[in-house]
Design a protein around this ligand. Structure first.
Ligand code: 5RP
Length: 221
């Protein structure tokens, strides 16, 4: 089985009858959502909370009942992917530009399950440039201020156009190379007025499900 499918389906073991479930974004979360769609078809009652417009469309196509974000105060379990993780379960997320909704949903999640293949693990975060969602207004100032924190910033483009997020903002990918203290760096980035949110998820994941390269799942946490 494709490793993404293996770990995506493994994560759905945390989903139980009656739960409110955060639905992640990306090619690994896709397999978890497909499995949840199958579980719903087979009689499971849950309510989903999607972390992006694309996930919302996928969930609707699978007839997974969704809870309007206005009605959400607590989520039982969220299953989401990550771009990089360390042994302390700190994460870089936002490769799919959904980091703001992902972090809002993670912040009210009781049990946060991350699914990421083993190649995304490292001793220190920083291999993957940290995606930062910024307001269009004053983006040059914000980029200048991000650079002052020690990164090489790059505005993200898609198909030769500036990428616009689900929240009508832009993404700046910030290459730090080695992040010693993700929690501290996250606070510093969010203190910049034009930063809406950053893709460092420090001390949020409860478990990371990965695979060993031989077809078995591995759990951190
Ligand atoms: C989207 C994300 C994704 O979870 C992350 O990019 C991982 O995606 P994939 O499973 O496709 O590698 O943070 O904003």
């Amino acid at each position: 089985m494709n490793p993404k499918q293996l770990i995506g389906e493994e994560a759905t073991k945390y989903v139980k009858e009656g739960m409110i479930v955060g639905l992640g974004t990306g090619s690994t979360a896709y397999f978890a959502i497909m499995k949840i769609g199958e579980m719903v078809k087979n009689g499971l009652h849950i309510k989903g909370v999607p972390t992006s417009k694309s996930t919302e469309e996928l969930a609707i196509s699978l007839n997974i009942p969704l809870l309007p974000i206005e009605d959400v105060v607590k989520i039982d379990v969220t299953i989401d992917g990550a771009d990089e993780f360390d042994a302390r379960k700190n994460l870089v997320k936002g490769g799919g530009a959904a980091l703001l909704r992902e972090k809002i949903i993670a912040s009210v999640t009781e049990f946060y399950v991350i699914i990421a293949d083993a190649a995304k693990g490292s001793d220190y975060l920083g291999d993957f440039a940290v995606p930062v969602e910024v307001t269009p207004f004053g983006k040059e100032i914000t980029i200048f201020q991000l650079k002052a924190l020690g990164c090489v910033p790059k505005l993200r483009y898609k198909d030769d156009e500036l990428l616009v997020t689900d929240n009508q903002n832009y993404i700046v990918d910030c290459k730090f190379y080695k992040i010693e203290n993700p929690a501290e760096l996250s606070v510093k980035m969010n203190a910049i007025p034009g930063v809406v949110e950053n893709g460092l998820f420090a001390n949020m994941a409860n478990v990371i499900i990965s695979e060993d390269g031989k077809g078995s799942t591995l759990k951190i946490g």
